[in-house]
Design a protein around this ligand. Structure first.
Ligand SMILES: C[S@@+](CC[C@H](N)C(=O)[O-])C[C@H]1O[C@@H](n2cnc3c(N)ncnc32)[C@H](O)[C@@H]1O
Length: 274
């Protein structure tokens, strides 16, 4: 099978998030907002600063950044998924210094920014290094890049993801753990990667956030509402969703008997200066 082109990858990702946008972060699971605030706590926007927030989703980090920079500052929030951009515009109607537009994180606008931030998005990019080089070129002297990304997955949930994807061919199952290669393998790999490209003062902090869902139905509702939706769509297209759902439900019912359904998300925030 020919591998997809970068454009096909981006169109696929944008489609999934466009379809997820209406329920993204709206199903009673506290996830993207606390992680967005964690990122903004690290990029630390000051009144009057200019912020670019790429892959903004519904604004988990763009909106707190706009609140922090205030009316003398500005935030440009971009996302490939038009429905996400619409949601940010709606949510930020009282923050007119936030401009939300459809845009590719690999093709940032040709402006100068004090902060470029990317919440849980850089791992989607076909060319991370192209994006990083562009961000470096557009940051002011005091500028900083900040981005969040996933660390080690919660091993207790591996059987759930295995049960969900059991009918998919091996090469179509999403990876549940970092490959051990490349910049997203570990904070030190990320730090070395950025330092080798000329970034300085590279630091990473880690947030461990516990995600809680009520029961199996709530877990499915949450999964449809975010990026992992692409697996459910794939199963649905193959007519495999029903049996997968039953396998997962049995496991989740058992897990819930041991004290509710909690998932431990490890999220790194890396900050660097150009
Ligand atoms: C996991 S969501 C994170 C959204 C938001 N930053 C947050 O923290 O809630 C990833 C977002 O990145 C967007 N995205 C993925 N690839 C992108 C690209 N090349 N350019 C712009 N946005 C992209 C998706 O459409 C999606 O909204």
């Amino acid at each position: 099978m020919t591998p997809p082109t970068p454009e096909q990858i981006k169109a696929g990702v944008a489609g999934v998030f466009d379809r997820a946008a209406a329920t993204y972060d709206q199903v009673g699971v506290d996830f993207f907002r606390p992680i967005g605030r964690f990122l903004v706590g690290r990029t630390d926007p000051r009144p009057g600063e200019r912020v670019l927030d790429v892959g903004c989703g519904r604004g988990a980090s763009a909106i707190p950044a706009a609140e922090a920079v205030g009316p003398t500052g500005s935030v440009v929030a971009t996302d490939l998924a038009p429905a996400m951009v619409e949601e940010v515009r709606r949510a930020a109607h009282d923050l007119p210094w936030l401009r939300a537009e459809v845009g590719d994180a690999e093709q940032p606008p040709g402006e100068v920014f004090d902060i470029v931030q990317a919440g849980l998005v850089l791992f989607f990019l076909p060319s991370l290094d192209t994006a990083l080089a562009r961000y470096r070129g557009m940051l002011s002297e005091q500028g900083r890049l900040g981005f969040t990304w996933f660390g080690e997955p919660d091993a207790r949930w591996e059987p759930v993801f295995d049960a969900l994807t059991a009918d998919l061919p091996q090469d179509e199952r999403p990876q549940t753990r970092p490959s051990g290669q490349g910049p997203f393998a570990s904070p030190s790999a990320m730090q070395d990667h950025l330092t080798a490209q000329g970034w300085r003062d590279v630091t990473t902090e880690t947030l461990v956030h516990e995600v809680r869902v009520r029961d199996a139905d709530h877990w499915f509702e949450w999964t449809w509402s975010q990026g992992y939706r692409f697996v459910l769509e794939k199963l649905e297209a193959r007519d495999q969703l029903g049996p997968a759902r039953e396998r997962v439900r049995r496991l989740l019912d058992e897990m819930a008997r041991d004290g509710g359904l909690a998932w431990r998300a490890e999220v790194h925030a890396t900050i660097a200066r150009p």
